[in-house]
Design a protein. Structure first.
Length: 209
Protein backbone atom coordinates (compact mmCIF):
# COMPACT_ATOMS: atom_id res chain seq x y z
CA UNK A 1 0.00 0.00 0.00
CA UNK A 2 1.28 3.43 -0.87
CA UNK A 3 1.85 5.88 1.87
CA UNK A 4 -0.36 8.88 2.23
CA UNK A 5 2.66 11.13 1.55
CA UNK A 6 3.43 9.22 -1.68
CA UNK A 7 -0.19 9.52 -2.75
CA UNK A 8 -0.13 13.25 -2.15
CA UNK A 9 3.09 13.64 -4.19
CA UNK A 10 1.59 11.62 -7.01
CA UNK A 11 -1.58 13.69 -6.86
CA UNK A 12 0.36 16.89 -7.06
CA UNK A 13 2.50 15.57 -9.91
CA UNK A 14 -0.58 14.41 -11.79
CA UNK A 15 -2.18 17.81 -11.44
CA UNK A 16 1.02 19.54 -12.60
CA UNK A 17 1.30 17.24 -15.62
CA UNK A 18 -2.32 17.89 -16.47
CA UNK A 19 -1.66 21.62 -16.43
CA UNK A 20 1.35 21.19 -18.72
CA UNK A 21 -0.65 19.06 -21.13
CA UNK A 22 -3.45 21.63 -21.16
CA UNK A 23 -1.03 24.50 -21.83
CA UNK A 24 0.69 22.58 -24.62
CA UNK A 25 -2.67 21.81 -26.16
CA UNK A 26 -3.71 25.44 -25.81
CA UNK A 27 -0.49 26.62 -27.49
CA UNK A 28 -0.99 24.19 -30.37
CA UNK A 29 -4.54 25.47 -30.79
CA UNK A 30 -3.40 29.11 -30.74
CA UNK A 31 -0.61 28.43 -33.25
CA UNK A 32 -3.07 26.71 -35.56
CA UNK A 33 -5.46 29.66 -35.25
CA UNK A 34 -2.71 32.16 -36.02
CA UNK A 35 -1.64 30.15 -39.09
CA UNK A 36 -5.25 30.06 -40.26
CA UNK A 37 -5.63 33.83 -39.75
CA UNK A 38 -2.39 34.52 -41.61
CA UNK A 39 -3.43 32.25 -44.49
CA UNK A 40 -6.90 33.73 -44.72
CA UNK A 41 -5.48 37.26 -44.55
CA UNK A 42 -3.13 36.51 -47.45
CA UNK A 43 -6.11 35.36 -49.50
CA UNK A 44 -8.31 38.38 -48.69
CA UNK A 45 -9.13 40.68 -51.62
CA UNK A 46 -7.88 44.27 -51.57
CA UNK A 47 -9.78 46.63 -49.29
CA UNK A 48 -12.75 48.31 -50.88
CA UNK A 49 -11.62 51.91 -51.16
CA UNK A 50 -13.68 55.02 -50.56
CA UNK A 51 -13.85 57.77 -53.14
CA UNK A 52 -11.87 60.96 -53.59
CA UNK A 53 -13.84 63.99 -54.74
CA UNK A 54 -11.71 66.44 -56.70
CA UNK A 55 -13.01 70.01 -56.79
CA UNK A 56 -11.39 71.58 -59.87
CA UNK A 57 -11.38 74.96 -61.58
CA UNK A 58 -9.25 78.06 -62.02
CA UNK A 59 -7.87 79.92 -59.03
CA UNK A 60 -10.55 82.00 -57.35
CA UNK A 61 -13.42 79.71 -58.37
CA UNK A 62 -14.00 78.69 -54.75
CA UNK A 63 -12.33 75.26 -54.67
CA UNK A 64 -10.98 75.58 -51.13
CA UNK A 65 -14.06 77.22 -49.61
CA UNK A 66 -16.46 74.71 -51.16
CA UNK A 67 -14.09 71.80 -50.63
CA UNK A 68 -13.76 72.52 -46.91
CA UNK A 69 -17.52 72.84 -46.45
CA UNK A 70 -18.23 69.69 -48.46
CA UNK A 71 -15.62 67.65 -46.57
CA UNK A 72 -17.18 68.74 -43.27
CA UNK A 73 -20.65 67.88 -44.55
CA UNK A 74 -19.56 64.40 -45.68
CA UNK A 75 -17.35 63.75 -42.65
CA UNK A 76 -14.13 63.19 -44.60
CA UNK A 77 -10.70 64.81 -44.82
CA UNK A 78 -10.04 67.94 -46.84
CA UNK A 79 -6.82 68.32 -48.81
CA UNK A 80 -5.57 71.33 -50.76
CA UNK A 81 -3.38 70.50 -53.75
CA UNK A 82 -1.58 73.84 -53.36
CA UNK A 83 0.00 72.47 -50.18
CA UNK A 84 1.87 69.89 -52.27
CA UNK A 85 3.59 72.30 -54.67
CA UNK A 86 7.36 72.46 -54.54
CA UNK A 87 8.98 75.63 -53.24
CA UNK A 88 10.17 76.35 -56.78
CA UNK A 89 6.59 76.30 -58.08
CA UNK A 90 5.40 78.55 -55.26
CA UNK A 91 8.11 81.10 -56.01
CA UNK A 92 7.28 81.11 -59.73
CA UNK A 93 3.58 81.71 -59.12
CA UNK A 94 4.30 84.44 -56.57
CA UNK A 95 6.33 86.25 -59.25
CA UNK A 96 3.48 85.95 -61.75
CA UNK A 97 5.24 83.29 -63.85
CA UNK A 98 2.82 80.60 -65.14
CA UNK A 99 3.70 76.99 -64.39
CA UNK A 100 4.44 74.80 -67.39
CA UNK A 101 3.70 71.09 -67.80
CA UNK A 102 7.13 70.12 -66.48
CA UNK A 103 6.48 72.14 -63.30
CA UNK A 104 3.14 70.42 -62.77
CA UNK A 105 4.23 66.84 -63.53
CA UNK A 106 6.01 66.14 -60.22
CA UNK A 107 3.26 67.95 -58.31
CA UNK A 108 0.50 65.83 -59.87
CA UNK A 109 2.43 62.60 -59.35
CA UNK A 110 2.96 63.50 -55.69
CA UNK A 111 -0.77 64.05 -55.28
CA UNK A 112 -1.79 60.81 -56.98
CA UNK A 113 0.67 58.95 -54.77
CA UNK A 114 -1.40 59.94 -51.73
CA UNK A 115 -4.75 58.77 -53.09
CA UNK A 116 -4.62 55.17 -51.89
CA UNK A 117 -3.68 56.26 -48.37
CA UNK A 118 -6.49 58.83 -48.29
CA UNK A 119 -8.92 56.25 -49.62
CA UNK A 120 -8.00 53.78 -46.91
CA UNK A 121 -8.55 56.51 -44.34
CA UNK A 122 -12.14 56.96 -45.49
CA UNK A 123 -11.82 59.16 -48.56
CA UNK A 124 -11.16 62.86 -49.04
CA UNK A 125 -12.20 66.03 -50.80
CA UNK A 126 -9.30 67.52 -52.77
CA UNK A 127 -9.17 71.08 -54.11
CA UNK A 128 -7.05 71.03 -57.24
CA UNK A 129 -6.99 73.19 -60.37
CA UNK A 130 -6.44 70.20 -62.74
CA UNK A 131 -7.02 72.50 -65.69
CA UNK A 132 -5.97 70.23 -68.57
CA UNK A 133 -7.13 66.74 -69.45
CA UNK A 134 -3.55 65.49 -69.39
CA UNK A 135 -3.28 66.68 -65.77
CA UNK A 136 -6.51 64.93 -64.85
CA UNK A 137 -5.24 61.76 -66.50
CA UNK A 138 -2.28 61.71 -64.09
CA UNK A 139 -4.75 61.99 -61.20
CA UNK A 140 -6.86 59.11 -62.52
CA UNK A 141 -9.60 60.74 -64.59
CA UNK A 142 -10.97 57.33 -65.65
CA UNK A 143 -10.91 55.78 -62.17
CA UNK A 144 -14.24 54.89 -60.57
CA UNK A 145 -12.77 55.95 -57.22
CA UNK A 146 -12.27 59.55 -58.40
CA UNK A 147 -15.29 61.86 -58.62
CA UNK A 148 -14.94 65.21 -60.37
CA UNK A 149 -16.60 68.53 -59.64
CA UNK A 150 -15.89 71.44 -62.00
CA UNK A 151 -16.58 74.92 -60.64
CA UNK A 152 -17.19 77.20 -63.61
CA UNK A 153 -17.54 80.95 -63.73
CA UNK A 154 -16.74 84.03 -65.78
CA UNK A 155 -13.30 85.61 -65.72
CA UNK A 156 -14.76 88.91 -64.52
CA UNK A 157 -16.52 87.36 -61.53
CA UNK A 158 -13.54 85.27 -60.52
CA UNK A 159 -11.16 88.20 -60.89
CA UNK A 160 -13.26 90.11 -58.35
CA UNK A 161 -12.77 87.26 -55.87
CA UNK A 162 -9.02 87.14 -56.48
CA UNK A 163 -8.65 90.89 -55.98
CA UNK A 164 -10.39 90.55 -52.60
CA UNK A 165 -8.30 87.56 -51.51
CA UNK A 166 -5.32 87.96 -49.19
CA UNK A 167 -2.61 85.66 -47.77
CA UNK A 168 -2.26 83.56 -50.89
CA UNK A 169 0.77 83.30 -53.15
CA UNK A 170 -1.22 83.14 -56.40
CA UNK A 171 -0.74 86.29 -58.46
CA UNK A 172 -4.09 87.49 -59.93
CA UNK A 173 -2.22 88.36 -63.14
CA UNK A 174 -2.07 84.62 -63.86
CA UNK A 175 -5.85 84.27 -64.11
CA UNK A 176 -5.94 84.94 -67.85
CA UNK A 177 -3.31 82.26 -68.51
CA UNK A 178 -5.35 79.80 -66.44
CA UNK A 179 -8.43 80.40 -68.57
CA UNK A 180 -6.30 79.90 -71.66
CA UNK A 181 -5.00 76.61 -70.26
CA UNK A 182 -8.41 75.40 -69.06
CA UNK A 183 -9.89 72.37 -70.85
CA UNK A 184 -13.38 71.86 -69.50
CA UNK A 185 -14.08 68.20 -68.60
CA UNK A 186 -16.88 66.33 -70.37
CA UNK A 187 -17.55 64.20 -67.29
CA UNK A 188 -18.27 64.69 -63.62
CA UNK A 189 -20.45 67.42 -62.11
CA UNK A 190 -20.33 71.00 -63.39
CA UNK A 191 -21.62 73.77 -61.12
CA UNK A 192 -21.81 77.50 -61.76
CA UNK A 193 -20.15 79.50 -59.01
CA UNK A 194 -22.78 82.27 -59.07
CA UNK A 195 -24.63 80.37 -56.33
CA UNK A 196 -24.01 80.56 -52.60
CA UNK A 197 -21.54 78.18 -50.98
CA UNK A 198 -24.37 76.61 -49.02
CA UNK A 199 -26.42 75.92 -52.15
CA UNK A 200 -23.46 74.34 -53.94
CA UNK A 201 -22.48 72.19 -50.97
CA UNK A 202 -26.04 70.96 -50.45
CA UNK A 203 -26.28 69.91 -54.11
CA UNK A 204 -22.93 68.10 -54.01
CA UNK A 205 -23.72 66.40 -50.70
CA UNK A 206 -26.94 65.01 -52.19
CA UNK A 207 -24.97 63.63 -55.14
CA UNK A 208 -22.14 62.01 -53.21
CA UNK A 209 -23.86 60.72 -50.07
Amino acid sequence: MLSKQHTQRTGRSGTFCSKISFKRSQCRTERSSLRAIAWNHARLPALELEMIIIIMGVSGSGKTTIGLALAKKLGVMFKDADDYHSQRNVEKMAKGIPLDDADRKEWLQTLSGHFRIWNMQGGAVLACSALKESYRAVLGAESDEIKWVYLSGTMEKIRERLDARTAHYFNPKLLESQFETLEEPEYGVQIETDQSVRQIVEKLADIFK
